[in-house]
Design a binder for this molecule. Structure first.
Ligand code: SF4
Length: 410
């Protein structure tokens, strides 16, 4: 996802970064100058665009030097689109003027205090000559529109494919005995004979339309995905096809190999530590704390060299055992330049009868749950520390809800 060198002309605002991609807001109309050498050499351009409209009612049209190239509806959030520029070499030595126009802008009431006319966000552009990639991008958009329509109609038999696909890369874990709150045994019984099933790049390609239709692939394995011997190939495949991978890791499988595989890839990496000190970490997982922070710093350096596409989200599940580490966890996030600290709730399993002695601590799952008042205190402190340490907080206690503005902006 290396950004092509284009010139942003009228209708574009200054560069920003929304923790997913670098971008510029465009007004209702905006103009880009495309370099002559790129136009001369390539047939297609792919563009990352973010729309705030949840129902495909925002449309964009693209006109190159007075020639209409394409017109299509935009998907909510970030998506990659491919546009055919025409036969390479027909522009001579002059840059091309690409005019982008939207049918409507993001309502001003959703960005109070910001008087700009905000249309959509334009992320990185990349020129290419891959006809299959272009056709796949068209298929992806066509399916997303159909899927959205079918879901809104409440259809139970779908002609479309889902736009998010859950995958399970690796069923084994390097933390043994398992983390104190892990439901390992119960999950492995449920997985049954599939517990050792291999999911790699070849498996994903074999999903056919299910893979082509996915905007993101979310790894939900009870296992450590970085241990997969084909981890690099899986991420390469996602990158080639403009898919984002969402991966959770326990932070103990960072090696030269996995760090190189991750740097520069469109991955949202959730690193679950839940602790900021060796002592607390030993109570939740094990004694392997010392290598984790240096490896996270190395990962941060490598991803910066590779264009900052990889995003690092540091997960903290507040419990009785670790709440004293909250401020130190913010400091850790600042030190490794994490994109966000993620607050997640400990799953309410009722009375799971999970009791473990670890690191000199007796962990009783049921008693580790915080009361609503205690959770509110964690939120209050998080607001405070977020400002103090300049760390963005992503609160997933309301996980799965669509932002109110997206539901309304239509
Ligand atoms: S890292 Fe995840 S899968 Fe492995 S033991 Fe811990 S919670 Fe379970």
């Amino acid at each position: 996802m290396t950004a092509a060198p284009v010139e942003y002309r009228e209708g574009f605002f200054s560069p920003e970064d929304d923790r997913t991609l670098p971008f510029r807001w465009m007004s209702k109309r905006a103009v880009l100058a495309l370099p002559a050498e790129e136009l001369g050499a390539h047939e297609y351009v792919s563009l990352w665009i973010f729309s705030d409209f949840a129902n495909f009612s925002q449309r964009i049209s693209l006109v190159l030097d007075g020639r209409i190239l394409d017109e299509f509806p935009l998907m909510f959030g970030w998506a990659s689109y491919s546009v055919r520029l025409g036969t390479p070499g027909t522009n001579g030595n002059s840059p091309g003027e690409l005019a982008l126009s939207l049918n409507k802008v993001y309502p001003a009431k959703y960005h109070p205090g910001d008087g700009r006319e905000l249309g959509a966000r334009l992320g990185p552009l990349a020129f290419h000559d891959d006809e299959v990639k272009h056709k796949d991008a068209k298929f992806f958009l066509h399916n997303a529109i159909l899927n959205n329509r079918e879901m809104r109609q409440g259809k139970t038999h779908l002609a479309s494919y889902p736009t998010n696909v859950g995958i399970d890369i690796w069923g084994r874990c390097n933390i043994k005995p398992h983390c104190v709150y892990c439901t390992w045994d119960a999950m492995k019984i449920l997985e049954g004979d599939n517990a050792e099933c291999v999911v790699d790049d070849k498996t994903l390609e074999s999903y056919g339309p299910f893979f082509k239709s996915a905007r993101q692939l979310v790894n939900c394995s009870i296992g450590e995905p970085l241990l997969s011997p084909r981890f690099q190939e899986i991420l390469d495949l996602c990158q080639r096809h403009g898919k984002t991978a969402e991966i959770s890791t326990n932070g103990q499988a960072f090696t030269r190999r996995t760090i190189q595989a991750l740097a520069g890839k469109p991955v949202r990496l959730y690193v679950s530590l839940d602790a900021a000190t060796k002592e607390t970490y030993a109570k939740i997982r094990n004694d392997n704390w010392d290598e984790i922070v240096p490896n996270l710093k190395l990962l941060n350096e490598e991803r910066k060299k590779a264009g900052n596409v990889l995003k690092i989200y540091m997960v903290f599940i507040p419990m009785k055992v670790n709440r004293g580490d909250l401020e130190a966890y913010f400091r850790l996030c600042r030190d490794i330049e994490a994109d966000s600290l993620v607050l997640r709730p400990l799953l309410n399993l009722g009375d799971p009868k999970i009791e473990v002695d670890r690191g000199g601590y007796h962990f009783n799952y049921k008693n580790e749950m915080l009361s609503w008042e205690e959770v509110q205190e964690i939120f209050r402190l998080s607001d405070l520390y977020a400002k103090k340490y300049g760390v963005f907080v992503y609160n997933q206690f309301d996980f799965g809800l669509q932002p109110k503005h997206a539901a309304e902006a239509s």
